[in-house]
Design a protein around this ligand. Sequence first.
Ligand code: ADP
Length: 539
Amino acid sequence: MRGLTMDYQLTVPAILRRAEALSGGVEIVSRRSDRTVHRYCYADMIRRAKRLAVALKALGVHPGDRVATLAWNHHQHLEAYFAIPSLGAVLHTLNLRLHADDLAYIVQDAGARVVIADRSLLPLFERFRGRVNVEHVIATSGGGELPDWALDYEALVAEEGAGDFEPPDLDERDAAAMCYSSGTTGRPKGALYSHRAIALLSMNWTAADTVGVGRRDVILAVVPMFHINGWGLPFTAAHVGAKLVLPGPYLDADSLLELIDTERVTVSAGVPTVWLDVLHTLDSRPGAYNVTSIRTLVIGGSAVPNALLRGYQERHGVTVMQAWGMTETTSLATVCPLPADLESAPIEKQYEWRTKQGVPMPFIEIRARGEGGLVPWDGETMGELEVRGPTVVSAYYNNPEAGSGFTDDHWLRTGDIVTIDSRGCVEIHDRAKDLIRSGGEWISSVALENALMGHPAVAEAAVIAVPHAEWGERPLAVVVLKPGHGASAEQLRQHLAPSFVKWWLPDGFEFVDRIPRTSTGKFLKSALRERFRQRSQES
Ligand code: ADP
């Protein structure tokens, strides 16, 4: 119909044009591998990203080709984030914590033609180089020699005449980026993100009813840029023109706190394990770091323990906002800010709300399905969460057999067992594969972990199912105590007893030094199940 609004394409180059026009002077700060800090501004980043795009084109990269990155969070990786999609190619971020066999599979499955790798990660690449058909390897600066099979990133970006880049005409439905799920449940599966999905996710971060990110913010991108596009934060920062801080390979608590303090960070995001470590450091060395600049820490990827929310709020004045999302949803799909009517509610009620995974982001639709069909939004009936929306993948890349991940009417089946309340707030009780089925009833490991991590002596807790002759499965708690603290199994059981029916209480408690983590920093429960499989039978 004539006279309609413009058919303006929501693309990564559109984000870049906006940053170039409005935010050229805003700073981007990166920690280098030698710990020194690199500073420049969006104008510099954009100029170099364009040169990189020209260089990639000269190497034979065409629209639709996959260009992989194997890199920590730093300015050169950020340049690749914008150069590759602006060329019409697909930014394929590789999880550098994966095993070389998985990386070889992922690179081949995606058909990446070029890899941009940190020089310090070339030894990892070398371990699977012979198994992949990559035509060019470009090494960023940093530690290590440049092997004769790699090109120097800085030399490519410095080439003269490379500055006049014009992105091709892109459709917002073209692929801009891709990530693979970490494969803790079978072969890694690829998720392909459109320009439109990335643009809309960037908008969603800025909405007042979500995190409300704006140009006054200073964003510390703690989430690795290989984990679901750093949850979209690098694109969001450029979109709004917020100062961006990239921590390089240093994700330990002191390095992060130093950046938060010196750069006056206002917003950050990441998985609970990272922020538990940061909280322990803040608690154990009061006054060592100033964190008063932070207004919101967005934490998700696995359930946020109540004790983490309370610890930050009550002892350090930092507000944590829980978020839920998946590789398949271009990261954040629900967030849990406190609704206005709960602002004056008793504090316990507020924490109760904030321990949930939250309400859907704009344009995300949710529902949950139990054995008898869709479940009511009563906050009590459990079912598997299903989602749809413009940031949700419609299929897996190159993998038609993974069709069981979708319903007949094309919603994504998340594998998360949830309740939804009358306000549309989702609460995750477990991942389907982590659920404990005892005597035909479900026990929520998330609820038990949450309560255990509320004990003053407990640093971390994971509750797993172990086989049991009579009940099928029984819960076993695996606990890490805080340094210098002690608690017996009986004391922990007594701590849980008032909050749970008796048959929910773990049969056994195992004390360990560390809970193994997945490549994205979540508790690796499959390894615990393997290790403690015999426990319940023996006890
Ligand atoms: P992986 O399967 O490798 O962990 P993802 O990062 O895509 O890959 O994980 C998505 C899953 O993480 C979700 O399906 C859910 O089980 C879990 N998850 C994400 N955010 C939360 C959260 N806030 N609370 C509980 N679980 C979460």
